[in-house]
Design a protein around this ligand. Sequence first.
Ligand code: ATP
Ligand code: MG
Ligand code: MG
Length: 551
Amino acid sequence: QSAKGPHFIEQIILDDLKNGVVKEIRTRFPPEPNGYLHIGHAKSICLNFGLAEQFGGTCNLRFDDTNPAKEETEYVESIMRDVQWLGFRWHRLCFASDYFHRFYEWALELIHAGKAYVDHQSADDIRETRGTLTAPGKESPYRNRTADENLALFESMKRGELEDGTCVLRAKIDMGHPNLNMRDPVLYRILHRHHFRSGDEWCIYPMYDFAHGYEDAIEGVTHSICTLEFEDHRPLYEWLLDNVSVPCKPRQFEFARLNLTYTVMSKRLLLTLVNEKIVSGWDDPRMPTISGIRRRGYTPSALRRFCQEIGVSKSNSMVDIEFLQYIIREELNLEARRAMAVLDPLKVVIENYPEGQTEMLDAENNPERPEDGTRQIPFSREIYIERDDFMENPPKKFFRLSPGMEVRLKHAYLITCTEVVRNGDGEITELRCTYDPLSRGGEAPDGRRVKGTLHWVSVPHAVKAEVRLYDNLFTLRDMSAMEEGKTFRDYLNPGSLKVLENCFVEPGLAETGPLEKFQFLRQGYFCADPDSTPERPVFNRTVALKDSWAK
Ligand code: ATP
Ligand code: MG
Ligand code: MG
């Protein structure tokens, strides 16, 4: 529970427990294994697993694998990995495909009771006779088949005697029902497709609406939580449970889905980005997938805190991506080890520093956590600084390096620029400086004030690295508001990835742990990418610093 008090689902559960409606709560997270999970799913995971933890109940991970056309083992594995990475443990691991026999039995029960029939109309006919919000639908000419006839046909469907699309099983409810979902919805269709778990055992597959409530009932789910789009499917959910004998009767509750600015959250679109190689894969650090966000350098605790803070409600809204960035920035500020990295190098030669000498300087690992101690970084006559930390003709408030100007090298010395060296094209290739040997650590003995502080890396000790800078994948804040006639392609941000191949990092960063996190001074928060090798480390920028000091 948050400081704001219980949200509406917590309140429902509190009341149910108090009133003895349930003794213990059971929830489930029910992804369809047809893609990788995204941050919207994280909201649902945190909610379902979080409620179970909070109220001493249990939560299942259930794969809603009832559509053989799109589902794969790779997705199952990625989903399990992502849920565990977020820090949750399922009570049971379940697959809807394990329930196919029971679904079939319930379908037979509906047919026996005259509550379902086999319809030979085409999919188009079924759609067209469904009616509209203002006009009732039209009954199918096959609606009044006898139970025996329906039974024989349904069994024939199951035995594989009929082609895909020949007929479907429909619920017999009410073609004039004000809720369109109740106008004889399709329950089963014929699909001669190999299922990644049940193989070729079945050639009829249940529809989501038919299966979902029964999955919940089998597992003894008490609170079946889904997103708002399913609110007007709830009468059907209940009808299906009320018209057969089920071991328990779960109840469905709906909450608003997460929408984030500058991204899309539909698996179909994310799959297109992957298939068309617009991104490097499901775990491309620009993707809103959990695996992409992980590779970008986010932590499970940051995602969980994000989900906690955005809250759970019944009104749809859009969350600013900046809010997510704010949360990871806050966390990494406290946690991440500091390091120096020069992304766009300019060589500086310190003329009065002894040639061939290296000295080790003390650098604090994290000013927010003195207990993290210090490390030793090498300093020498030649260093790299950031190219844009030098200006030959600086404006008034430029406190970085310029001819005649003195600046501080972080953890090292005060230096003054004495000469600018150029190549034949007039491009600056090197700066000549002098240093004050008495300023070790960064303070002048006479107390003179030096405003600018630069990060740097010693040339002979530097490790060459690749740095990847990321920006939003899309240029439109609300991707559900694309202009008519446009597609997501019209809104791709051409600057969403910038690869810097000529960066230098301090030597301690040659070997990093997987996804190890750093604050590169004045640059932002970075993590080691799995593409890293000791010869060539690769770093992803998770998020920039809000304001870079002394700039
Ligand atoms: P998509 O629309 O991206 O394809 P989906 O809802 O079809 O997602 P499922 O695998 O069925 O994907 O989702 C599993 C669970 O995650 C469902 O209970 C669903 O309601 C929830 N979920 C999906 N997207 C979001 C979201 N943006 N915010 C909150 N919960 C979500
Ligand atoms: Mg779904
Ligand atoms: Mg979907």
